[in-house]
Ligand binder design. Structure first.
Ligand code: ADP
Length: 270
């Protein structure tokens, strides 16, 4: 039987605050297949960042396992985890975290340097990736000479530098307007389909989540739903809510106009 890319088994994370144990993740189970694009949604405080940090080997679980291609990730020591992170994972954060005084090309190539790749190979790969994200003509620019959306494109290219097994994106559209945010998600989707790189997208935006193949919904540290339909339903709910507000507002305005007209007629007739 083929192992999934990632299998999360009975994952629990408890933070101890003073003498009190606070469970941030409780018995979470799911898997991610090779080449999948999934999203994680849930209210603030529901455990999304905690889960992403564990998937990214930045933090260890209190109980449970994360199997990557069948291998138990947290059997490794901290040095091995750091190597796994550098070589096998790509990260995109809300803030792009680009080096300000370094060219876009060197920013993208940086993970290649950490991995010990030769300078020529790094440059070639970074150029190729900047083409892929539509910034082939910006390679010598500094990050602050680019727009917010372009900077996040550079961060996507950097995440792909070492041919990761999976890219973990924590609210990558959080600092962008919705149109630019959508362009970033659409670009990630295109790269996922063209290159087969798996992506995990943490987002608050149901529209962005509905672009992904599957949604894991967290509430109070537990997975509550794991379907595409639930997000479509949430999206529909938000849409209906917006329409309801519009209708309410129209009725309120119409009724104010009516009241005014009645008063006016009363005045004319009296
Ligand atoms: P989300 O990303 O969905 O907003 P988090 O994973 O950041 O949720 O947090 C889940 C819960 O765990 C929250 O109640 C948060 O306060 C708590 N938490 C997160 N990190 C820590 C920490 N380092 N120490 C103590 N509690 C934490």
């Amino acid at each position: 039987m083929n192992e999934p890319l990632i299998r999360v088994e009975n994952l629990t994370k408890v933070y101890r605050i003073g003498a009190v144990d606070f469970p941030a993740l409780v018995d979470v189970n799911f898997q991610i297949e090779n080449g999948e694009f999934i999203s994680i949604m849930g209210p603030s405080g529901s455990g999304k960042s905690t889960l992403l940090n564990i998937l990214g080997a930045l933090d260890r679980p209190t109980a449970g396992r994360v199997l990557v291609e069948g291998f138990d990730l947290f059997q490794r020591d901290d040095n091995q985890l750091a190597e796994f992170r550098n070589m096998k994972l790509g990260f995109i954060f809300q803030a792009h975290n680009l080096l300000a005084r370094t060219s876009v090309l060197a920013n993208v190539a940086l993970p290649g340097m950490i991995a010990g790749e030769s300078k020529a190979k790094r440059k070639e790969r970074a150029r190729e990736l900047l083409e892929l994200v539509g910034l082939g003509d910006r390679v010598t620019r500094k990050p602050n000479e680019l727009s917010g959306g372009e900077q996040q494109r550079v961060a996507v290219a950097r995440a792909l530098m070492n041919y990761p097994l999976i890219v973990l994106a924590d609210e990558p559209t959080g600092n962008l307007d919705s149109k630019t945010g959508y362009e970033i998600v659409a670009m990630m989707k295109r790269i996922n389909m063209e290159q087969g790189t798996a992506f995990v997208l943490v987002t608050h935006n149901p529209q962005f989540a509905s672009e992904t193949e599957r949604v894991i919904y967290l509430r109070d540290g537990r997975v509550t739903e794991e379907t595409r339909e639930s997000v479509t339903a949430l999206s529909r709910h938000n849409e209906l809510e917006a329409q309801r507000k519009l209708v309410d507002e129209t009725i309120r305005k119409a009724s104010a106009t009516m009241t005014r007209l009645i008063k006016e007629s009363d005045r004319l007739l009296s």
